[in-house]
Design a protein around this ligand. Structure first.
Ligand SMILES: [Zn+2]
Length: 158
């Protein structure tokens, strides 16, 4: 899941990041029949899901994005968002789909008294930490890496 307001410095990849990510950065989204596909991930642009205030939500591997935000996002921002959601898809399968949402909710509740609960959920910490690295899932990620964030906190202020 991603809120629609993100820190400004994360809006675009820097030049050095773009170099790392490859010259095609920002053009990795393939559109088939007007609908975006990202590494085989189905993206459903719509006006209902998720709730206003959130850009995207991953439901069992299907990514729902709000049209009102999607239409105004740069290609880089879209790529980062879809990379973030594809990290969630990997986590989902590691949790055999059914355990993911209960774990997500339980961790959110546990972290709630300590502030910034959403950003501190281990699934989100991993996704945010690596969303700008397009080779993360393919090359460097260790299985179940989200577990390494259980006792960590996000460095983000919001
Ligand atoms: Zn997320």
């Amino acid at each position: 899941m991603q809120p629609s307001r993100l820190p400004k410095q994360r809006t675009l990849a820097t030049r050095s990041q773009a170099r790392i990510l490859g010259k095609n950065f920002g053009q990795k989204i393939t559109y088939i029949g007007g609908k975006p596909l990202f590494r085989g991930m189905k993206v459903i642009v719509n006006s209902i899901i998720p709730f206003p205030g959130f850009t995207a939500i991953n439901l069992f591997g299907f990514v729902f994005v709000r049209k009102e935000y999607w239409d105004f996002m740069s290609e880089n921002r879209k790529t980062i968002t879809l990379n973030h959601e594809s990290i969630h898809t990997r986590q989902l399968w590691e949790c055999l789909l059914v355990f993911y949402y209960p774990l997500y909710l339980i961790e959110w509740l546990i972290r709630l008294p300590f502030g910034n609960a959403y950003r501190n959920i281990s699934f989100e910490q991993e996704a945010y930490a690596h969303q700008e690295d397009l080779s993360y899932l393919k090359r460097t990620r260790r299985p179940y890496n989200w577990c390494s964030y259980w006792f960590k906190r996000s460095q983000e202020k919001h």
